[in-house]
Write a protein that binds this ligand. Structure first.
Ligand code: ADP
Ligand code: MG
Length: 902
């Protein structure tokens, strides 16, 4: 900000042209609001700052390779350029170009004539080079405000400017491909605005550049304006459906202030510049910042001061002439510390004035004020973008590279200095490094095109790899039908052995009716923790107290005797602590391993799972093992009434609150379900009356090969590495123990195909279980900034760019979606069977659910419920999350049993 003179009139002019920091702060805030309006679906249409999506979703990562062609439309010529990228980080792209002067008629005539001419230039250019064999991708630089609908499509938008008479509304590639056949090997893959190219030329993998600022590019040579673009979170660009990753947004900020938002900073000189322009009231920001106008602003100021007789006293001020007298280039030269005074004198004398030393000095001050204001306003805009990015990415601090191009930035170092320092003052939490751009339009366009190609290729690879994990409606209907078939087989006495779904009877014949009362002990073995509980079921609800006990690995994997002795020790300790030694409480035992139940209190262990392998237990009744241990420990007050699977416990505990709850579902470490089946259908238990809860053990669904058609290579890899290969195949598609592993194998395949992490090998991903299922929950969280996904991946020592993060997110979503949908197919078979059993056209039923994956994953339950509605449209299924189903449920089974006994 120049020091003021003593002349009050000049002082006033300089002050009017000088914006205090608080004002700039205010301008920044208004710009941020204008940007938000442009991004929002509701306000986009009326917004001044239009925030146009460009469909450029990536910055170069240096692996771009191949030949790309660029057609750059300038005001009086067309430039065609061929660039060869070597995949070497775009260090030294090879480039040839040719300029074609545009005939008058194609500039002024109908749009087709222009595009015909461009197509002709492309043909001529190609004729002059050794013809490349392959299809050539073409990027088209169109320096006007376009509303894009895809990377290579412009819709009906504000296309105009220098193209008088007819503008290319519609698809640019159609126009370019005319006449058909002749340009058969050229394909328009990208259409872009010049700011985007500027951003791209400055961007490398090591130093991604995510903002570009152009102050006075030629902009069609009709308006040397200003514009900017930046990589926004796609989620916030509401005009496009895409919600993943980022997308470059062309701000078109030149129109900022067209709603009078800048009126309070406009000087009388700005008003005059505007009135004399071809578009009064429009492009208000551009007219303060853009280089086309700076000369005129200075000139109007001089005219006003001369009229007030404080400048050029004694000269004939009429020689000041009309607007356009002072060029921006002269303004920049006059600003100069050393040569400036001489330049001012020369410029003024050339007009026929006889300036005094003081005149020259004042003119210089005015030039500086106008250029400084331009830089400061640019800084306010940039600060708005930076703060916006910082906020939307949830960052405390932002480090970012900003590509800068344009006459003003290159023309005088002062502009850049002010831009840098004022941006720092207005956005102190952001560290912007300004990077000068070279040939942003041509070279940048080639890079945009190459990036677009890389993304197309990447998309193809992703889709190919993920396709087997994406199940169609028909696939799921088939799974549902197979589940139904296996259920029927499992229930039949003759066919039970041939089914992969065991359909184990539980001897639980009823769900709670709310009249249950009493005090019970409960054990919970087979979940993540071993617990002992006391449960009081009273009129006013259920109260519980519990204690977690550790089961050391050597006990889990030692002898059965030692394991059950340990359990009794824990019970005794618990009774002592709870002062329950004197009472003989009925005990419900949640034992979450597959058991053949012979009665409510008689359960023969079929196989250990989940890391247990205590000897002498498989084939034995676990209640008996517990009783024997009690005898050994001389604990006489033990009355085991029921053994319960955790699915049953879950159903029972939810059934206490909702009598419609007749299904139990677990989606945690493993997955399983139970439901109330008609006794007449249960061929494996005597009796025809009433119902019995069937523990499906559906995790084993498919172990007989019936699901082989949906297993992918990833599933096979996961299965092979487990301790129970070939077993629990359905569970291995769905539950928490495996989803992370599936994702890990998909990621490995993507690394192998060089789609992820720039094809760099990733030894860390080779370690089993490194990718936890809980990461899926975090990574898929709605609104989680990509930066955070990136941080999670970096914690795993994976060198992930934000694009890698987007891909990883997609992999996680695909894997968890499949899990939820398969679970839905299984449940659909269950509810449809229950509906048919009861001869109902509509069934309303509740599912009691437990398991961390179901409860914590942000999408699993939604996807499950949505798919279930589609697969079982005649069932209204409510989901009720169980609170401590294993403990409460075991007590309730005991209570229902005691109620029955009474
Ligand atoms: P269990 O099934 O052993 O009784 P849980 O229902 O708590 O216990 O499930 C634990 C399993 O849930 C873990 O093994 C893990 O795979 C998975 N898990 C843990 N945290 C999360 C999470 N945040 N999101 C999704 N799954 C999780
Ligand atoms: Mg559990």
């Amino acid at each position: 900000i120049p020091a003021l003179t003593r002349c009050p009139q000049v002082q006033r002019a300089l002050l009017a042209l000088t914006l205090p920091l608080e004002m700039l702060q205010e301008v920044k805030g208004r710009m941020m609001r204008a940007m938000s309006e442009g991004l929002s679906r509701q306000t986009h249409a009326q917004a001044n700052v239009r925030m146009l999506p460009t469909y450029v979703c990536s910055t170069p990562d240096g692996t771009e390779k191949g030949n790309v062609l660029v057609a750059e439309l300038c005001q009086s010529h067309v430039r065609i350029l061929l660039m060869t990228l070597l995949g070497d980080g775009n260090q030294s792209p090879h480039m040839t170009d040719k300029i074609f002067d545009m005939p008058e008629d194609s500039m002024q005539g109908p749009g087709e004539a222009l595009f015909d001419f461009i197509a002709q230039c492309v043909r001529q250019f190609l004729a002059g080079i050794p013809s490349p064999e392959e299809r050539l991708p073409l990027g088209f630089v169109f320096p006007f405000s376009c509303k894009q609908t895809q990377l290579n499509k412009v819709g009906d938008g504000g296309v105009g400017g220098g193209l008088a008479g007819g503008c290319p509304h519609g698809e640019a590639d159609d126009a370019l491909a005319l006449p058909p056949g002749q340009l058969f090997h050229v394909e328009v893959v990208a259409l872009m605005n010049d700011t985007v190219g500027t951003m791209m030329t400055c961007s490398t993998r090591e130093r991604p550049c995510e903002v570009a600022l152009v102050t006075a590019t030629w902009r069609g040579r009709t308006s040397k304006g200003t514009n900017s673009c930046f990589m926004a979170e796609a989620l916030h660009v509401e005009m496009v459906e895409e919600t993943h990753g980022r997308m470059c947004v062309n701000t078109e900020w030149g129109c900022f202030g067209d709603d009078d938002a800048l009126n309070d900073i406009l000087t009388p000189y700005d008003q005059r510049v505007d009135q004399e322009s071809s578009n009064p009231g429009k492009k208000r920001f551009e007219k303060l910042v853009g280089s086309l106008y700076l000369g005129d602003i200075v000139w109007h100021t001089l005219v006003a001061l001369a009229a007030e007789k404080v400048l050029f006293i004694g000269s004939n001020v009429a020689v000041l002439g009309t607007k356009g007298t002072l060029k921006t280039q002269q303004v920049l030269e006059i600003m100069d510390n050393e040569e400036g005074m001489a330049k001012a004198r020369a410029a003024l004398e050339a007009l026929g004035l006889r300036p005094s030393e003081r005149d020259c000095c004042r003119v210089q001050q005015i030039c500086r004020a106008v250029v400084s204001r331009s830089a400061a306003l640019c800084a306010a805009g940039l600060a708005a973008i930076l703060s916006y990015i910082r906020h939307s990415r949830g960052l405390e601090r932002l480090m970012i590279n900003v590509a800068v191009d344009g006459e003003l930035y290159r023309g005088h170092s002062r502009f850049g200095e002010i831009l840098q320092s004022v941006t720092g003052l207005l956005a102190p939490e952001c560290m912007a490094t300004l990077v000068p751009s070279v040939d942003g339009t041509g070279r940048g366009a080639a890079i945009v095109t190459a990036v677009a190609l890389r993304l197309v290729e990447q998309r193809r690879e992703m889709d190919q790899l993920l396709a087997p994990l994406r199940l169609s409606r028909a696939d799921l209907e088939r799974v549902q039908a197979l589940m139904r078939q296996e259920m029927e087989l499992g229930l039949g006495q003759q066919t039970n052995a041939s089914s992969s779904v065991r359909m184990l009877p539980t001897y639980v014949r009823g769900t709670p009716d709310g009249t249950e009362r009493g005090e019970f002990l409960a054990l919970d073995l087979g979940g993540t923790n071993f617990r002992v509980l006391v449960v009081r079921v009273a009129e006013d609800g259920i109260r519980m107290a519990s204690e977690i006990y550790l089961i050391p690995t050597n006990v889990m994997q030692g002898t059965g005797k030692a394991l059950f002795d340990h359990i009794i020790d824990c019970i005794m300790d618990f009774q002592l602590k709870q002062d329950l030694m004197e009472q003989v409480l009925p005990l419900g035992f949640t034992f979450s391993f597959p058991c053949q139940q012979l009665g409510l209190d008689k359960a023969v262990l079929l196989t250990w799972t989940k890391g247990f392998s205590a000897s002498g237990c498989v084939g034995e009744d676990v209640v008996q093992l517990l009783r024997e241990a009690a005898q050994r420990k001389e604990h006489s007050a033990l009355k085991v009434v029921a053994v319960v699977n955790d699915t049953v416990g879950t159903m029972m505990s939810c059934g206490y609150d909702d009598p419609k709850c007749e299904i139990g579902l677990i989606v945690g470490t493993g997955t399983n379900a139970c439901y109330m089946e008609e006794m007449r259908n249960v061929g494996t238990v005597e009796g025809e009356q009433g119902r019995m809860c069937i523990n499906m053990e559906w995790g084993a669904f498919g172990d007989n090969g019936c699901l082989d058609h949906i297993f992918t290579d990833f599933d096979r890899l996961v299965d092979e590495k487990t301790i129970n290969a070939g077993k629990q195949r359905f569970e291995k598609l769905i539950s928490g123990m495996y989803l992370g592993e599936i994702v890990r194998y998909v990621l490995l395949a993507l690394v192998e195909k060089q789609v992820l992490f720039r094809g760099k090998p990733c030894p860390r991903l080779q370690s089993r279980d490194i990718f936890k299922t809980k990461f899926l929950s975090t990574i898929e969280l709605d609104g989680l900034a990509l930066q955070q996904v990136q941080a999670i991946l970096q914690d795993l020592e994976l060198d992930a760019s934000f694009e890698d993060s987007v891909l990883v997110q997609e992999v996680c979503q695909t894997v968890s979606l499949r899990a939820a949908q398969l679970c839905a197919a299984g449940l659909a078979a269950v509810v449809e069977k229950m509906r048919e059993n009861r001869g109902l056209s509509q069934l309303a039923v509740t599912v009691g659910v437990d398991g961390t994956l179901y409860k914590v994953h942000p999408r699993f339950s939604q996807h499950l419920q949505k798919m279930l509605r589609e697969l079982a449209p005649n069932c209204t299924v409510t989901f009720l999350q169980s609170e401590d189903g294993s403990g409460k449920g075991a007590a309730l089974v005991a209570a229902v049993a005691c109620r029955g006994a009474e």
